[in-house]
Design a binder for this molecule. Structure first.
Ligand code: BMA
Length: 819
């Protein structure tokens, strides 16, 4: 069995080039070697050594640009591990090097790297000493390396950072409209020595080939490298609870082995919200003649079938069928969770993805400007039932097609598909993010002429035929059969008229997208997150310090423009954060409701974006401290199984109920509130049969004009038989900024035990979009409606366990809408 001997100790880093002139680099401090972390980055090493300050603070991004312009040498010294079998083939394996580096072992060049997305392996038995081995990696400046390649192979677009496309390095690291420019260097994933003896398993595949009532046929494929003359057998096991399937075969060198099992009553894997996430343990073991284990691989697999449907009879559609059932995709886009990737750990993945699943998501799109995430990411998605739309790592540009580049891309695609394809969460592979759309939009030319076309339409599809023939492949997002890759009439769409084209979110009512893979609306990060990096004097909504933390061109202006359309404008720091976050929530709710209601046409809505990589005003639902913004809770509600939609047809206001959960009896309670005094002037309760999969008209109300009541707001709530609140929604005839509401008079009590809730709130009058802020504490709900007679308990989900009364601030929209 090949054991891994990690080489993560004793690393240091040293500047290996001149510092560009006219930069504020601390030259003296850079003369010596600095202790380094592996996995790590040069930026975080400089930070840990106290040579630079927090890179996210204020305008440090501009002070620290020199780091990416320099070359750096990483070095460690190690003794050969005592139990490393020196008679076998010894490999030095790097799971990720960022990016352009020469590797020396004992002063001998053993390899060159230029793709951060691939694993590099070097045979080192001839170079390795028993003691005092010196391993050195000389990193070239990523900027210089990219520019050099661009000079050699030609510029492909007029964009400022067009050189980035020549380097197989996370594209967002050069700066994005939500992230700073920090192109890092370093050994960003584990490095180890391993002895390859006797036999090694590789290329494992697992697929549910056929799924019929109560039966599944699964196929397991693998290959083996054999370095022994003895006969090798493979034992293949597929186990779950009390069921076990087992086969034994003789292994042949350089041959693809396939084994099938017929599974009776398979425990299927379902996306979140559609059933359980049953997993099986797959193990493949290579055995020698004396019964000794030569190699073994174990992984969790799921039995599920996934299909992408593009036609329903003759009509174009874009929808996923999972286990023979069409499922509406409720999702979020994922971007790298830090600019310094090795800081993203299992805890961060778990927290963010659990929040996504708790918000009723069933799909995550790993966006093409980032990275192929760590194995843990996909393991967590498997567990939570989050299907993964996996882009290949190309975004928003033209890409070169010269031989070395294509060779590197081929290796990258093969390695990453092999690494990830057995995860049940992997739902679709997608060539890139927006390349074809941007080409078409800016040049109005056919995308077939786009540089890089060959990669997404020829090379990757050809590779997929053998790498993963069962998972759908889609060349780019957005894409379809129309000339415009972003058309509404075929394929998937990125809806950026709203927000990025300065169009208000109410415009969504005209949208007939078949599947929306991106749309979004910005909101600032949460108060605590900004307070950590912005000194009090700069917490002003138009201070350059705050505006800097919005990377979109005219981003800060858009936040204010769209706020002005719907909500009152306030310029005090905490008021502004509350209102701007609320506006994001209202916008996303409206869009998600539209697409879910438009269910004969639309089959999915994936929000741009779930997370952030640093503290910023962006489209994210959760900020970089993993604190959910108010919009998170609006999305969670809009994505829930049973939802209420108000639909205004002019003279009538219809209350529609959609139920995608189990069929059940519910009570719909509709209140009409007089906005002048907060009194409930109408209260109607109705029993409804919410049948699974049905969208029904549950009630009708007169328009404001016909009812003769101009100042009204509706609150409708679904309760189950135990009177648990299942869903609540609201309707206002006017924009909230034109409505007056009395101060609600919210009272709260604090309790210690978490089961009782940390804060309990009541309100004398209907209170809209209540938000409780306490420094250092994240509570379990934000932006909810609180009615007289109700008690709302909020639990602490993150942060200090003690809440002090005097530090609590309670927000509600009422407070901004007084007469
Ligand atoms: C889309 C994405 C990203 C971008 C986002 C917001 O174009 O694919 O490139 O960050 O919109 O503008």
């Amino acid at each position: 069995m090949s054991k891994k001997f990690y080489l993560h100790d004793n690393w240091s880093v040293k500047l290996a080039s001149n510092i560009p002139a006219e930069t504020a680099a601390p030259r003296k401090k850079l003369k010596n070697r600095i202790a380094a972390e592996v996995p790590g980055t040069v930026h975080t090493d400089l930070l840990n050594a106290g040579i630079i300050d927090n890179p996210y603070k204020e305008r440090n991004e501009f002070n620290y640009g020199w780091i990416a312009e320099c070359s750096w040498t990483y070095r460690t010294e190690f003794n050969c591990p005592a139990d490393l079998n020196r008679n076998a083939l010894i490999k030095l394996v790097f799971e990720g090097i960022d990016t352009v580096a020469d590797i020396f072992l004992n002063h001998k060049l053993i390899g060159r790297t230029d793709n951060m997305f691939v694993r590099y392996e070097f045979n080192v038995d001839q170079v390795l000493n028993s003691e005092k081995n010196i391993l050195e990696l000389r990193f070239e400046s990523p900027l210089a390396a990219a520019v050099k390649k661009e000079e050699k192979y030609g510029r492909l677009s007029p964009a400022k950072d067009s050189f980035r496309v020549h380097l197989r390095k996370a594209q967002y690291s050069f700066g994005w409209d939500w992230g700073p420019s920090y192109p890092t260097a370093g050994i960003w994933r584990p490095v180890y020595l391993t002895a390859v003896d006797n036999a090694v398993i590789r290329s494992v595949q697992f697929a549910a080939e056929k799924l019929t009532r109560g039966k599944a046929r699964v196929k397991i494929g693998f290959e083996a490298d054999l370095f022994t003359r003895e006969q090798v057998k493979a034992e293949i096991y597929l186990n779950r609870e009390n069921t076990s399937y087992h086969k034994e075969i003789t292994v042949v060198k350089n041959k693809k082995h396939n084994v099938s099992f017929e599974i009776e009553n398979p425990a299927l894997w379902w996306p979140n919200g559609s059933g359980e996430q049953n997993l099986y343990d797959l193990s493949i073991r290579l055995m020698g003649t004396s019964g000794n284990i030569l190699d073994e691989t174990k992984r969790k697999v799921g039995i599920r079938k996934i299909e992408l449907e593009l036609k329903d009879k003759e009509k174009p559609v874009f929808r996923f069928r999972v286990n023979n059932k069409v499922i509406y995709m409720k999702g979020m886009n994922w971007i790298p969770a830090d600019s310094f990737l090795p800081r993203v750990n299992e805890k961060k993945y778990n927290e963010l993805l659990t929040l996504a699943a708790d918000a009723n998501a069933n799909m995550i799109r790993v966006w093409g400007g980032g990275i192929y995430e760590d194995d843990t990411f996909y393991e967590v998605c498997d567990k939570l039932g989050l299907l993964v739309w996996q882009d290949f790592m190309f975004a928003c540009e033209n890409y070169p097609e010269y031989d070395d580049f294509l060779k590197s891309v081929t290796e990258e695609v093969s390695q990453n598909v092999e690494r990830l394809r057995t995860h049940p969460s992997i739902a679709l592979w997608c060539g890139n993010n927006e390349n074809e759309w941007i080409w078409h939009r800016t040049l109005s030319g056919p995308y077939k002429e786009m540089p890089g076309y060959k990669i997404f339409h020829k090379i990757i599809p050809a590779l997929m035929k053998s790498l993963d023939p069962v998972t759908p492949y889609w060349p780019t997002s957005p894409f379809g059969t129309d000339e415009d890759p972003n058309s509404q009439t075929s394929g998937n769409r990125h809806q950026w008229d709203i927000w990025s084209n300065w169009i208000n979110y109410s415009h969504v009512q005209n949208d007939d997208s078949l599947f929306v893979t991106e749309f979004g609306f910005q909101g600032p990060a949460c108060t605590d997150t900004f307070n950590k990096i912005l000194p009090a004097a700069k917490r002003k909504i138009q201070s350059p310090g705050f505006e800097y933390y919005n990377k979109q061109v005219e981003g800060p202006e858009r936040v204010i423009r769209f706020l002005a359309a719907h909500l009152p404008i306030r310029t005090e720091w905490e008021d502004f954060i509350y209102l701007a976050q609320l506006n994001q929530g209202l916008a996303l709710k409206r869009c998600l409701e539209h697409w879910r209601a438009n269910r004969k046409v639309t089959n999915g809505s994936i929000i741009w974006q779930l997370n952030d990589c640093w503290p910023v005003t962006s489209w994210s639902l959760i900020d970089s401290s993993n604190i959910p913004k108010m919009a998170y809770y609006f999305v969670k509600d809009a994505f829930s199984d049973a939802v209420i939609h108000f639909s205004n047809s002019g003279s009538l206001l219809k209350i529609m109920v959609l139920n995608e959960g189990e069929s059940r009896q519910l009570t719909l309670e509709t209140l009409m509130i007089d906005t002048l005094n907060g009194k409930i002037i109408h209260n109607k309760s109705k029993k409804i049969s919410a049948v699974k999969g049905k969208y029904i008209e549950a009630d009708k109300l007169n328009s404001a004009k016909d009812s003769g009541i101009e100042n009204r707001v509706f609150v409708a709530t679904l309760y189950n038989e135990n009177r648990d609140l299942i869903h609540r929604s609201f309707y206002a005839d006017k924009e909230w900024k034109h409505i007056c509401l009395p101060v609600p008079d919210i009272k709260f009590t604090l309790s210690e035990g978490s089961s009782k809730g940390a804060v309990t709130l009541t309100s004398a009058r209907p209170a809209f979009f209540v938000d409780v802020y306490h420094p250092g504490v994240t509570l379990s709900g934000r932006g909810f409606i609180l009615l007289p007679g109700e008690k709302k308990e909020l639990k602490i989900i993150k942060g200090n366990k003690r809440i002090s009364r005097e530090n609590i601030r309670i927000f509600s929209l009422n407070n901004y809408l007084e007469h």
